[in-house]
Design a binder for this molecule. Structure first.
Ligand code: ZN
Length: 294
């Protein structure tokens, strides 16, 4: 499943292709993905210019000159291919290489946008858990998928004081609190495991224990710094390249090789040499070092 760094990488790849360009026409090969496409979806997009492309949590958002927002979620297996001058261009190193003739005609190529300059953008999604929606800008805050989402972990407002406020009185484990999308937008399992290891904090510790009589445990500042760093490094590496995001030649992605704990059960901790352990918390695997993380 694409996590925040993959979504950011895709958004950054699409930005120069889409921003400032007009959508000439849209081809829909089915009636919807996870949900049905909005009413008259293709007609409402045709002729509109994409002014800005941005990301909120794991959603890619395109602000159109019509005053509407096109929302895209990649689901489990969604990806984009850009075809410029008849040649497909991969967005990020984790994309499948596809022969030019096949792109856009495949069984799983559900949506095709053609821009006024002839560039085509194909959305492919074998498992169809992706989402596309179109709604007025004024509804962005109240949209069912966007309302109540917490702060962006890479945004300026995200700091230890904010986390301390949100962790007040929380008996939930730190791991669960950090995965709570109402607190932090788009932060996923891999990056929570990695940031907790870097900060030396146990995923099992109660979130509320990070507070002090005045202020908070200074390790909360470290945690915020590590969350930002681990995400920034993964974005720089072009995403984590897991499962459906693997190269066709099977080689692993750049950031995956840098995981300190994730998917390393039984292997030695890079810091202390003790075995990395795995436990299941709210249905998700947590990887951590019992010795280094307290
Ligand atoms: Zn260790």
């Amino acid at each position: 499943m694409p996590e925040l760094p993959e979504v950011e990488t895709v958004m950054r790849g699409l930005r120069p292709v889409l921003e400032g360009h007009q959508i000439a026409h849209v081809t829909l090969r089915r009636s919807g993905l996870r949900f049905p496409f909005p009413l008259r979806f293709a007609d409402r997009l045709a002729g509109k210019r994409i002014d800005t492309l941005w990301r909120r949590a794991k959603y890619i958002l395109a602000s159109l000159d019509s005053g509407e927002i096109l929302l895209i979620h990649l689901g489990m297996t969604g990806r984009f291919t850009v075809i410029e001058g008849g040649r497909p261009k991969n967005l990020g190193e984790f994309y499948f290489e596809t022969a030019a003739a096949e792109v856009g005609e495949g069984l799983h190529d559900h949506v095709a946008l053609t821009l006024e300059n002839g560039t085509r953008i194909i959305y492919t999604d074998p498992r169809r858990f992706g989402v596309m929606d179109l709604f007025p800008e004024a509804e962005a805050e109240s949209h069912k998928l966007l309302r109540g989402i917490g702060l962006e972990p890479l945004g300026n407002a995200f700091d230890a004081a904010y986390l301390a406020e949100r962790f007040k009185g929380k008996a939930a484990p730190l791991k669960a609190a950090l995965l709570d999308q109402r607190i932090i937008a788009g932060l996923g399992n891999i990056y929570v495991c990695e940031a907790l290891h870097r900060a030396g904090l146990s995923p099992r510790r109660k979130a509320g224990t990070m507070l002090r009589k005045r202020g908070h445990d200074p390790r909360l500042d470290d945690l915020v710094r590590h969350i930002r760093e681990v995400l920034a490094e993964a974005i720089l590496a072009g995403g984590s390249t897991l499962q459906d995001f693997a190269h066709t030649d099977g080689s692993a992605g750049a950031f995956q090789q840098r995981f300190l704990v994730y998917d390393r059960e039984g292997q030695p901790c890079m810091r202390c040499g003790q075995a990395i352990e795995r436990l299941v918390q709210s249905g998700r695997s947590t990887f951590y070092c019992r010795h280094c993380q307290r």
